[in-house]
Design a protein around this ligand. Structure first.
Ligand SMILES: Nc1ncnc2c1ncn2[C@@H]1O[C@H](COP(=O)(O)OP(=O)(O)OP(=O)(O)O)[C@@H](O)[C@H]1O
Ligand SMILES: [Mg+2]
Length: 285
């Protein structure tokens, strides 16, 4: 089985800051990939490149084994790759139906081709498919809970026929019950065959929902773990660059170097033992 999406050797600088260094990423259908790393590690920059918001300085963007050019958000959308940002980009004063159809391409000056009955039907269908429960599709989204709003933003990507959905900190602002709702939604989409990428600082959420976790540090991908054979300590060590010696899967490894985050970046060349090129591994049934 081939990944739906692959990035290879992505570099991106902002002036003197090299935000991404030679980053690879692969996402299969039917898996959730966690993208973790400290502040400034390059996670958002990476997903903005996937989303067509930034163009990389170099590197390849491959979908279904074909090299593609993604230079605008519409390019990503056409390829079935959708990103839900933290601010969700919903219009608070509009109802659920209007939000789902806002900004679509099958519109004339913002007004959809579809009539309102059809839009309402499709809204109800997609919410049912995702098992999202709201009182009415005609309430303004400002009246919804954080979890429901996140679900509406995800539903919007599904209506656009997403195959890969990227979520930037989907549970950061949510309480316990709402977090649960959103994690369930991510699992359902995975089970429907979508590839999901979830950025999170919350390792409990990561362990609950992801199949594979990719760790970024100082703009590099420094480790990738199959979640089933990984401990929190290993992930934290990879995030911080600390050493550890007894990997649970028997691969005792030093992730990165003992260098502090300001230290010798050359030490992380991606060739240390914990860096697993695990294409084809992981839960991709
Ligand atoms: N538009 C920009 N202009 C200049 N520098 C930027 C820009 N976007 C990101 N950077 C820099 O690139 C590096 C990576 O930032 P990025 O936002 O990708 O990190 P992150 O992993 O998403 O961090 P966080 O967890 O804090 O959201 C940082 O040093 C940041 O300051
Ligand atoms: Mg970020």
């Amino acid at each position: 089985m081939e990944p739906i999406l692959q990035l290879r050797g992505i570099n991106k600088s902002f002036g003197a800051v090299q935000a991404l260094r030679n980053v690879d990423l692969e996402v299969y259908g039917g898996e959730v990939v966690g993208l973790v790393g400290d502040n400034g590690a390059g996670k958002s920059t990476l997903i903005k490149i996937i989303a067509g918001v930034y163009a990389p300085d170099s590197g390849e963007y491959i979908v279904d084994n074909r090299r593609v050019n993604v230079t605008r958000p519409q390019d990503a959308t056409h390829l079935g790759i959708e990103t839900v940002y933290q601010d969700l980009a919903l219009c608070d004063n509009l109802d659920v139906v209007s939000n789902l159809f806002l900004g679509r391409e099958d519109t004339i000056s913002g007004l959809p081709f579809m009539n309102s009955t059809e839009m309402e039907r499709r809204t109800i269908d997609v919410l049912r498919q995702l098992d999202v429960k709201i009182r009415s599709v005609h309430v303004p989204v400002s009246a919804l809970s954080g979890g429901q709003r996140q679900s509406i933003a995800v539903a919007k990507t599904i209506l656009r026929n997403a195959r890969i959905v990227i979520l930037d900190e989907p549970t950061a602002a949510l309480g316990v019950a709402q977090t649960r709702q959103v994690l369930q939604l991510i699992k359902r989409l995975r089970d429907q065959g979508l590839g999901m990428v979830v950025i999170s600082h919350n390792l409990a959420d990561v362990f609950e929902v992801v199949d594979r976790v990719i760790v970024m540090r100082l703009g590099r991908r420094v480790a990738s773990f199959d979640i089933k054979s990984t401990t929190t300590e290993q992930i934290v060590a990879a995030i911080t660059g600390a050493e550890f010696s007894n990997g649970i899967d028997g691969q005792g490894a030093s992730v990165g170097s003992t260098a502090s985050v300001n230290g010798d970046e050359g030490a992380d060349d991606g060739n240390h033992p914990a860096y697993q090129h695990e294409s084809g591994k992981g839960s991709i049934q």
